[in-house]
Design a protein around this ligand. Structure first.
Ligand SMILES: Nc1ncnc2c1ncn2[C@@H]1O[C@H](COP(=O)(O)OP(=O)(O)OP(=O)(O)O)[C@@H](O)[C@H]1O
Length: 620
């Protein structure tokens, strides 16, 4: 433990973001902060017994020091990740009771998002970016906007060096289908993301899982160097190599959510576990300390003896000493904290940078990359080009043939023209659903607000759609030889397309997975076809169904297209009606209809935003 006379809470001075004139810290370990937790209980509704609560953590107490690396160990399912999540404020379900203090104070969710780093067990990176771009993207989002770009670049270069990532600096991260960097490099990139703001505390969930022993040692050596520099580090770890385990300073062992040991790593831990275990194992040659400890508690767990080990710890002198130290730490005054730390602990906004900066950064790194990616462009442009060519060649030149037998064809081609964007919306669903883990992680990390993310998605799609729709609508309008104004024809198509996109986002937001979204979207769109006014005329619909027609955006889309085509040249048709009056559109003002059409965009956007803001995609 680091004693510090002037700062009894063991917080070191310094500025995580270098906000004082941007004298950027030369190291990514500028300071540390003690974490204390006392009598922590965490419970959720039990899966096993209806109406009962399952306690995943019971009376868990301990503390992690700055400059030190603490290991969280125990058999699988013992509650390691649960404890890490509770401490890092990442739990969004269940009930937590007890005390958690960072530098003596209860941390706010905003503080945890902004000033602690959390490396998740599974990598969540943007496959289209290179390692350097991924770190720069995060740096621009999470470091203050007043910091010059050069300084951010220098910080990223320094981090690349520290994480031994310089060799793959410009390699695309890739994904499962198109391999880019290796597993170890991807793990280190994830650690880099957590370190880019020089956090005071770093949580790591299984940082060595899936890595070979050499890479594990390399990664953990680097993490240890951060602790040496001051950061408080806490990592859950399953089966570390002997070397990895030797890097840890303290150890907390859990079984069934109870502490069976909390104290220094090393021989004393083994001796303690041996005395607490009802049937201690022999320390066979070839065992490493970590393996031996985990095996012993796992065997005790399987034999139903784990409570005995936890009781042994709870009645030990070690427990009393730890409890006394925890009480002493909690009683220390927080008034002596440096001003920067006080400010960080009191922070109330969830992101470092404002929404517009977040939007700019998302567009800079993601939109520009997407626009160069065939996998992104293909489904968005391909279907429109294909169907529009089909429409143009099938209905070639019929738009100005004003004959009784042809009016139905004109009405049909305009109807098909509106349904295309509604069905084509399916192409936009995956971009939201498949990115959900990344979105959740970045939101938890305080990178951006939900509305910023959603706006950036809209910019992504609407810019591309505007360009594509201009060309497509021009050759369809002229090829079919439609009447009215081309600009209006294009505008109606563009607004309908935009409605389709934002509708897809809403459907994606409410759906638990891609399968549900893929079933929901076409079902909804098919219902819109019935009420659009072409397949069944509005005034012939049963009274009890008319309301649905009012909230059918295809009705306004097709209605305004029809008015654009026949306004001022509305011929007499069936039963002495004009074409427009036959369809109940005689008194329709196309601009008013286009206004209604635009309102749907706003409504779907708000619905998607509210859903994404409040829906918990990951229950943890
Ligand atoms: N609703 C529930 N009812 C009963 N038990 C639950 C419930 N939710 C989670 N659990 C149990 O809580 C335990 C804690 O899981 P946690 O992920 O924290 O364990 P872990 O030690 O990190 O495991 P691993 O090493 O395998 O990742 C698990 O045993 C899990 O089965």
């Amino acid at each position: 433990m680091t004693a510090n006379a002037t700062l009894p809470l063991d917080v070191e001075g310094g500025n995580a973001n270098g906000s004082e004139g941007y004298q950027r810290e030369k190291t990514f370990a500028p300071m540390g902060m003690r974490i204390i937790f006392k009598d922590l209980d965490y419970s959720v509704p039990s899966h096993h017994k209806r109406g009962e609560r399952a306690f995943l953590l019971k009376n868990v107490s301990g503390y992690f020091e700055a400059h030190q690396m603490a290991a969280l160990m125990g058999p699988s399912g013992s509650g390691k990740t649960t404890l890490l999540d509770v401490l890092a404020g990442r739990k969004n379900a269940g009930v937590t009771e007890g005390t958690v203090a960072f530098a003596g104070q209860k941390p706010t969710p905003q503080f945890l998002r902004r000033y602690t780093g959390y490396v998740e067990q599974f990598d969540t990176l943007l496959g289209i970016l290179t390692v350097y771009e991924m770190l720069m993207y995060t740096a621009e989002m999470k470091r203050p906007i007043s910091e010059p770009l050069e300084s951010k670049r220098a910080a990223v270069e320094e981090l690349l060096e520290k994480l031994s990532l310089t060799r793959c600096r410009d390699v695309r991260i890739g994904n499962a289908l198109s391999k880019g960097i290796s597993g170890g490099q991807s793990k280190r990139t994830n650690i880099g993301i957590a370190l880019i703001t020089s956090p005071r505390v770093l949580f790591l969930d299984e940082p060595t899982s899936g890595l070979d022993s050499f890479t594990s040692n390399e990664v953990m050596t680097m993490v240890k160097s951060l602790a040496a520099g001051g950061v408080t580090i806490c990592a859950t770890i399953h089966s570390p190599t002997s070397y990895c385990f030797s890097l840890f300073d303290s150890l907390i062992m859990l079984v069934k959510g109870r502490v069976v040991y909390f104290g220094p790593r090393g021989h004393s831990a083994i001796e303690f576990a041996q005395s607490g275990c009802p049937h201690p194992k022999e320390f066979l040659p070839g065992y490493n300390d970590a393996e031996y400890l985990v095996d012993m508690v796992t065997e005790a767990d399987i034999a139903g003896q784990s409570d005995k080990m936890a009781d042994f710890y709870a009645s030990s002198q070690l427990f009393l000493d730890n409890a006394a130290r925890i009480d002493q730490y909690l009683s220390e005054s927080t008034d002596v904290l440096p001003e920067t730390i006080q400010k960080e602990l009191a922070v109330r906004s969830a992101t470092v940078t404002p929404w517009w900066w977040g939007l700019k950064t998302l567009v800079k790194y993601r939109t520009t990359k997407n626009y160069r990616d065939g996998e992104f462009l293909g489904p968005r442009v391909g279907d429109k080009v294909f169907i529009s060519l089909l429409i143009m060649t099938l209905y070639l030149g019929i738009g100005d043939e004003f004959e009784d037998s042809n009016y139905i064809n004109i009405a049909a081609v305009l109807f098909m023209w509106c349904t295309l964007p509604a069905f084509g919306a399916a192409a936009y669903v995956p971009s939201l659903v498949l990115e959900r883990n990344l979105f959740t992680r970045e939101r938890n990390d305080g990178l951006y607000l939900v509305v910023t993310y959603l706006l950036s998605k809209m910019v992504d799609e609407l810019l591309l759609t505007a360009l594509a729709s201009l060309g497509i609508s021009a050759y369809v309008f002229h090829g079919v030889q439609l009447k009215g104004q081309w600009v209006t024809f294009w505008l109606i198509y563009y607004i309908t397309l935009s409605n389709g996109i934002v509708l897809a986002y809403f459907i994606a937001a409410i759906s638990p997975n891609l399968d549900v979204a893929n079933a929901l979207l076409p079902t909804y769109v098919v219902t819109l076809l019935f009420f659009g006014g072409f397949l069944f005329r509005f005034y012939e619909m049963p009274r009890w169904w008319k309301w649905y027609s009012y909230i059918d955006f295809l009705r306004y889309s097709w209605g305004s297209l029809m008015v654009n085509q026949f306004e001022g040249r509305d011929p007499t048709w069936l039963g002495g009606n004009t074409v427009l009056s036959y369809y109940g559109l005689a008194n329709v003002d196309k601009w008013r209809y286009m206004g209604f059409l635009s309102l749907f965009f706003i409504v779907f956007f708000l619905l998607a935003w509210i859903t994404m803001q409040f829906k918990r995609y990951q229950l943890r």
